[in-house]
Design a protein around this ligand. Structure first.
Ligand SMILES: NC(=O)c1ccc[n+]([C@@H]2O[C@H](COP(=O)([O-])OP(=O)(O)OC[C@H]3O[C@@H](n4cnc5c(N)ncnc54)[C@H](O)[C@@H]3O)[C@@H](O)[C@H]2O)c1
Length: 338
């Protein structure tokens, strides 16, 4: 017997942008703790409905992320679902205006920030057009700037917790995705004496990675023997099949929605692979953005709160171990307690 899936969010607004013709979904999952926050993703999807599904999934994850980070906010997300061929650059300003209009219509109940396909400069435009509801404008325009360094800092705190009490030096770490966050993570790990191997679909990044001291591979790092695997590309990396073949002892990284389904977390638990959920590990950027721009935190206070992601990671791993839970379930249980 099939069951009707109920809508667990608060608002789902889907519009076809007047200027761009692009389907834009703004999802508010929860405002129980405070206004909803979550990035603005602009990317190609196989259909606009796939973009809506992504907005719903990502907004729910943001609710858990905010709760685990102890932030007085709920989860939301914007997805602009581009056609497979992308968008003509000449039409992009119209798309940003369409996105701003969709966000402004929610009157501050949802605030956005950069995500895949959007930048700090886009946030400056959205901030201007949507009456202020955007984080991470460039610092010279009054914002807290890019969140990549803060996100990388949080991942490193979680990674350190995952390998404790041992040092990072000497560990073999595989990083998938040498983008703005992945690059900073590589740099820090190499500085701390880890052996870092990197892969990215953009082969042109290879010389940059090698100059840092990382080795480059085109192999599937999920299947390689590693101490730590860092997913720092797009989501959906871990399926039941890839989890069953995974060669790492610890998985921790910034990519959102790393597992495609709940059962993947069970496979990882049963294989003794510690997975620190992305809702824990990737919170550094959002902590920094709202901390600096809305909560009156100094840089030092925001950094201390980001470093505390290590304590949250510890709590999730301990709760999962003690009660035989998956770390996904442990994170959700912990989120309900904070
Ligand atoms: N930037 C932040 O502050 C932040 C905060 C929270 C979460 N995240 C998440 O972390 C991840 C990385 O963010 P970013 O800002 O570094 O993004 P980015 O776009 O700068 O980098 C992503 C990199 O991954 C590569 N890539 C894409 N698909 C790949 C694949 N299949 N295999 C290997 N490489 C692939 C891209 O070529 C790119 O170099 C994203 O999933 C993002 O949503 C980022």
């Amino acid at each position: 017997m099939s069951r009707t899936e109920s809508f667990s969010g608060e608002v789902l607004r889907v519009v076809r942008g007047d200027r761009s013709g692009v389907a834009i979904a703004v999802a508010i999952h929860s405002t129980a703790r405070g206004p909803a926050i979550g990035g603005c993703r602009i990317k190609a999807y196989p259909s606009w409905r796939a973009g809506v599904d992504d907005a719903l999934r990502l907004s729910a994850a943001m609710t858990t992320k905010c709760a685990l980070a102890g932030l007085p906010y709920g989860g939301g997300k914007t997805v602009a679902a581009l056609p497979a061929e992308g968008i003509d650059p000449a039409r992009r300003p119209g798309l940003i205006a369409d996105i701003a209009e969709a966000i402004a219509a929610l009157g501050g109940r949802y605030r956005t920030g950069p995500d895949i396909g959007s930048t700090s400069e886009d946030m400056a435009d959205i901030h201007r057009l949507a009456h202020g509801w955007a984080f991470c404008r460039p610092e010279n325009q009054g914002g807290s700037g890019t969140s990549s360094a803060a996100t990388a800092r949080g991942v490193l705190a979680a990674l350190q917790a995952g390998v404790a009490p041992g040092p990072v030096a000497g560990l073999r770490v595989g990083v998938i995705g040498f983008g703005s966050v992945g690059r900073l993570i590589c740099e820090a790990l190499i500085e701390r004496g880890a052996e870092v191997v990197v892969t990215d679909v953009e082969d042109g990044l290879r010389p940059v990675a090698e100059r840092l001291g990382a080795s480059w591979t085109t192999a599937d790092l999920v299947r390689e023997p590693l101490d730590v695997l860092v997913p720092a590309a797009t989501g959906g990396l871990l399926t039941v099949e890839s989890a069953a073949a995974c060669g790492a002892s610890l998985i921790v990284g910034p990519a959102n929605n790393q597992i495609v389904a709940e059962e993947v977390a069970t496979v990882l638990r049963d294989r003794g692979i510690a997975w620190i959920p992305d809702v824990v590990a990737s919170a550094g950027g959002i902590i920094h953005a709202v901390g600096r721009e809305e909560l009156g935190m100094s840089e030092q206070t925001a950094n201390a709160k980001i470093d505390a992601i290590g304590d949250t990671a510890n709590s999730v791993l301990s709760l999962a171990r003690e009660r035989g839970l998956t770390t996904a379930r442990a994170a959700r249980e912990l989120a309900a307690l904070v």
